[in-house]
Design a protein around this ligand. Structure first.
Ligand code: HEM
Length: 477
């Protein structure tokens, strides 16, 4: 009986396989896909992001069945209809909420891995660029979805962001009105945000992720050593430093999934609002258009960008600083042209700079978590300058610089910081005391980075010897 079922299943599979490239795709993309032998922990976040994408689509589908995109019904359709009255509704909603934050954690780590190991360099520039578009689509998806429960923070958060758009000259106001479908956030806004969140953005995300993976499999994976495995093939044409993705990495990824699920479901079952970080406590109050909350802020994953918008003392320049951070990310392949890919073999000061990039981003988040005081706004401005500087300093590390050039970089960086500050303070006069108290942050950063490069040139030297083959955790064989 068993063998009959097996031969019948083989027949059915064979029928499909003759008409669709199932087994050849499986072989070329999975079981014979050459993956570098030395993938480390940083290489699990892409697969986990893929898993979360699928979970968000599945849970979102069930939520959409019960959700009512109408200001009179939305809040209660979520809080009562989904959370309390539908079978397992609470689980589906909490998975969707925790899933949104998990997605951002994973994508931020995934992007930082790309920065550390130079995965944006030739031939992976397009793969990186598609990644940036994925991030933007993901951000739009999260922003659109946040309005749907129609809680206080949903409503006022959307009002603030759509209002920011009006600062763009000429087209800003029409775009904001078109986005809202009205002059204020209202029924048409909720309807279109629902449609964009449920149809448009998921389709776009799926398409982008597909292109991302096609590009990845076309150029092949980078690795923690930054060594191109396809440069060293054996007699059969298989890279000497590669193992088949399946079963080696499918098993490793499955283990990562099990650890991830423990953390993920701890939040889902015990702490779905994540101390107010995953879902703002104010969102347990229905939207009230007559009562503006004292402190309006986005969820944690947008806080660093919110600090930029709040810190730069002009709405339009704030938007430009926000948009500029994505331009800088997209320009990484142009800014960093050092032939050494992996951070493992880059100089000490380059490592400090890449660490400062992450640190200033986190610091911005912390600042925006605080109230919109003058103090926090000014800090936001100065830490934004540091964040920018960590990108603009990258060309300095492209090659060895003579001492004269190092001094020019130091003077230019200091001049730029002070010029930008004087310019910003001429737009909005914060107290000079506060300015002097906080201006040391970018000025000191420039002084440390380039000053140390002048005093101790060895700190700018990349590794003298680069590995030709993959290593064990950076150790040459
Ligand atoms: C929905 C979001 C995303 C998904 C599902 C996704 C998926 C993946 C997967 C499965 C891989 C291969 C496994 C790995 O290397 O971790 C990968 C590689 C890569 N991804 Fe993403 N990704 C996403 C977002 C992004 C973003 C936002 C960026 C950058 C801005 C990015 C840049 C890259 C790069 C450069 C690689 C190649 C890394 C290497 O080979 O070293 N991805 N992605």
């Amino acid at each position: 009986m068993n063998s009959k079922i097996r031969s019948w299943a083989r027949g059915v599979f064979g029928w499909f396989d003759e008409r669709l490239p199932i087994s050849s795709m499986w072989r070329s993309q999975v079981s014979r896909y050459p993956a570098p032998k030395n993938f480390n922990l940083w290489y699990i976040f892409g697969s986990l992001a893929l898993l979360v994408l699928v979970m968000q689509l599945a849970t979102g589908l069930f939520l959409a069945i019960h959700y009512q995109p109408n200001p009179h019904l939305a809040y209660w359709s979520v809080l009562r209809g989904i959370q309390q009255d539908s079978h397992w509704g609470w689980l589906i909603r909490d998975m969707h909420i925790v899933g949104a934050s998990a997605f951002f954690v994973l994508v931020y780590l995934h992007m930082y891995r790309g920065i550390m190991y130079g995965s944006y360099k030739k031939p992976r520039e397009l793969l990186w660029l598609v990644g940036i578009f994925i991030y933007l689509a993901l951000a739009a998806e999260a922003f659109l979805g946040y309005l749907l429960p129609w809680g206080q923070m949903s409503y006022w958060g959307s009002a603030v962001v759509t209002n920011f758009v009006t600062a763009v000259p000429v087209i800003g106001k029409p775009i904001a009105t078109w986005l809202r479908g009205s002059f204020v956030v209202d029924l048409p806004t909720l309807n279109r945000f629902f449609v964009f969140h449920v149809f448009l953005m998921p389709l776009l995300l799926l398409a982008l992720v597909l292109v991302h993976l096609i590009a990845l499999h076309h150029v092949g994976s980078n690795n923690p050593d930054g060594v191109e495995i396809h440069d060293n093939l054996n007699e059969t044409g298989w890279p000497r430093d590669a193992v088949p993705f399946h079963p080696y990495y499918t098993v490793k990824d499955l283990f990562a999934v099990s650890i991830f699920f423990v953390v993920f479901f701890w939040f889902v079952f015990y702490n779905p609002s994540g101390w107010g970080f995953l879902l703002d406590k104010l969102n347990y109050t229905p939207a009230n258009i007559l009562h503006t909350p004292a402190d309006i802020h986005p969820l944690w994953f947008f806080l660093p960008f919110y600090a930029m918008l709040r810190g730069v003392p002009d709405k339009l320049y704030g938007i430009m600083a926000f948009a500029g951070s994505f331009v800088l990310l997209a320009c990484l392949p142009i800014l960093d042209r050092n032939p050494v890919r992996s951070i493992r073999y880059r100089s000490v000061l380059y490592k400090v700079n890449i660490l400062s990039m992450a640190f200033s981003f986190l610091w911005l988040g912390l600042i925006a978590h605080g109230l919109a005081t003058e103090h926090n706004m000014v800090y936001g401005l100065h830490v934004t300058e540091v964040f920018y500087m960590t990108f603009l300093a990258l060309p300095f590390f492209n090659r060895e610089r003579p001492i004269r050039t190092r001094i020019i970089w130091l003077v230019a960086a200091e001049a730029l910081v002070w010029l930008v500050d004087v310019w910003m303070y001429s737009i909005h006069a914060h107290s000079w005391g506060l300015m002097l108290q906080t201006d040391w942050i970018p000025a000191l950063y420039a002084l440390l980075l380039f000053g140390l490069a002048i005093l101790f040139p060895a700190l700018t030297h990349d590794a003298a010897k680069l590995p030709e083959r993959l290593t064990a955790g950076g150790i040459l064989h």
